[in-house]
Every structure is written in C-alpha cells, then in structure tokens.
Design a protein around this ligand. Structure first.
Ligand SMILES: [Cu+2]
Length: 148
C-alpha cells in the first residue's frame, strides 16, 4: 500500500514538473517578412499579444529559401513566413491552429492560410467566412488542417 502511494506521488510530481517545464517562458517564433509589408508586421504583433516571443527578420531572400526548403507550392505561399518549433506557418494563420499544431506535433512541414483574407490576424477588414487552414503539401488540392 505504501509502495503504491509512493508510485502515485512519483507520478504526480512528474506531471507537475513536466507542466512547469512546459510553461517555461513564451514559445519562440521567427517571422520572415518583406521590410515594406505592414500586415506582416501586424501579424508579428498579434503573435506577441498571444504569448509568443517573436523575432522579426526582414528578408525576401530568406522567405524564398524557406519556401524551397519546406516545398511550399505557389498557391500556399503567404505574404510572410513564420517558423515555430520547426513548423512553417504561412500567412495570417490564427493562433488556435498554431497551438493545435504545437500540441499535436503531427509529422507535416507546416500549415498555411493563403490569400490574406479580410479580418484574419494582422489584416484589416471583417471576416467574411471561415478560414481554411491547409497542410503544406505539393498536392494540387492540399489537405485541410483545420477551419478557423
Ligand atoms: Cu499579409
């Protein structure tokens, strides 16, 4: 009985420690953008406001290199690219989809919300409809990751 209690205590402490380790400061995001893009800068501030520590890199060459490395087809390219924990996040993707990605850690290169839709994070205007978030894939019809 005592032994069982010890095992439970050990499990409990492990879980508490693991959660503290997880809450160990904000998650890091690196945002690559065109120096002249204002909606891209606004997206960086949106990530900051949602708990990410954002490093902004003004470089179109870096964006092109990322698109090549992650094999992003033209129809999934965003106006800016963000790298978070190894995933590529293209365009104005809402944090709900990013947080889901970081929780689930699926084996995919990243996700994209192409087309700079009105009312998406960092964009002006009003949301006209649901945002389809696609898996980055070179399929002509990329799989849907989520709808926000
Ligand atoms: Cu944009």
């Amino acid at each position: 009985m005592r032994r069982l209690f010890a095992v439970f205590m050990w499990l409990f402490i492990t879980i508490v420690v693991a959660n503290f380790a997880h809450a160990d400061g904000p998650r890091e995001a690196t945002l690559y953008k065109d120096p002249l893009c204002t909606c891209c800068a606004a997206y960086g501030r949106y990530l900051e406001a949602n708990g990410f520590k954002v490093t902004v890199i003004d470089s179109v060459e870096e964006i092109d290199a990322l698109h090549a490395r992650y094999k992003v087809p033209a129809h999934l390219e965003g106006c800016h690219s963000t790298v978070i924990e190894g995933y590529l996040v293209e365009g104005h993707v809402p944090v709900a989809a990013i947080n889901r990605l970081l929780e689930e850690k699926p084996p995919l290169p990243g996700i994209s919300l192409p087309g700079m839709p009105d009312g998406s994070p960092g964009m002006s205007g009003y949301k006209q409809g649901a945002f389809p978030i696609f898996v980055i894939s070179d399929d002509a019809k990329p799989p849907l990751y989520s709808i926000e």
